[in-house]
Write a protein that binds this ligand. Structure first.
Ligand code: SAH
Length: 234
């Protein structure tokens, strides 16, 4: 009898939780995010704002995190990894000054959210994730949501994706200890790379790297915290 009672109570809680999730107005939360977290700061690039408005961020986080998908925070996506705070995603996108015809490389697919944002702006996105199960999940999620200009592969993004390069822009969404040489080689002349660099246990600097007629220029634009860029042999 007690068992049946427990099952009933749990069932009611489950139904309530499912029902309340489906009642959340994600579109409204997304609009608030744009107003309060992006426009209120320094995000003003129309293409970036449009992408942040279109992509359903809540579809990229585990079900229990969905109510928090549009808060001003990074969120856990499992396997010890995180999806960056909306502002950081927008900031890193905006700074690359992307054009429709650009070919972009992302290192650190994670949930696939940043790749989906990029894919709204440019023709083709190539993204690499070192944790195979995350790569597979992101690939399935992106195709289920109809984002068909994003190519996901599992591997060590430190090495880039030479067969698909060179790239107009490169975005690294895991913290590196130094700028990976192979990525510099895969950056087109006139191209830009944004990458968090610094010690694994501390604050890193977000570096904007530009290749102007073969001359590499580096500029620190913001202090940030990111999960580490790992290597296959570590
Ligand atoms: N851009 C992601 C979040 C990135 S979190 C999103 O929008 O959800 C950082 C990701 O980088 C993690 O998933 C981690 O597994 C991955 N990563 C770490 N080192 C890597 C490497 N060498 N190559 C590719 N991916 C790496």
């Amino acid at each position: 009898m007690r068992f049946i009672f427990k099952v009933l109570v749990l069932g009611i809680i489950y139904l309530f939780a499912t029902f309340s999730h489906s009642q959340i107005n994600f579109k409204q939360l997304r609009e608030n995010m744009i107003k309060e977290q992006l426009l209120a700061r320094d995000i003003n690039d129309p293409a970036t704002l449009n992408a942040m408005r279109n992509v359903p961020r809540h579809e990229f986080v585990p079900a229990k995190m969905q109510p928090y998908a549009y808060t001003d925070n990074p969120l856990s996506i499992g396997m010890g990894q995180t999806i960056s705070q909306p502002y950081i995603v927008a900031y890193m996108t905006q700074i690359l000054k992307l054009k429709k015809h650009h070919r972009v490389l992302e290192v650190g697919t994670g949930s696939g959210y940043q790749a989906a944002i990029l894919g709204q702006i440019v023709d083709s996105v190539y993204t690499i994730e070192i944790v195979e199960v995350l790569a597979i999940t992101a690939k399935n999620r992106l195709s289920a949501l109809g984002y068909d200009n994003i190519h996901v592969k599992s591997g060590d993004g430190y090495l880039g994706w030479p067969e698909k390069g060179p790239f107009d822009a490169i975005i690294v969404t895991a913290g590196a200890e130094e700028i990976p040489e192979p990525l510099l080689k895969q950056l087109k002349e006139g191209g830009s790379m944004i990458i968090p660099v610094g010690p694994h246990n501390g604050v890193r600097e977000l570096l904007l790297i530009t290749n102007k007629s073969g001359k590499i220029k580096t500029k620190a634009v913001m202090a940030v915290r990111f999960v580490p860029l790992t290597r296959k042999d570590n």
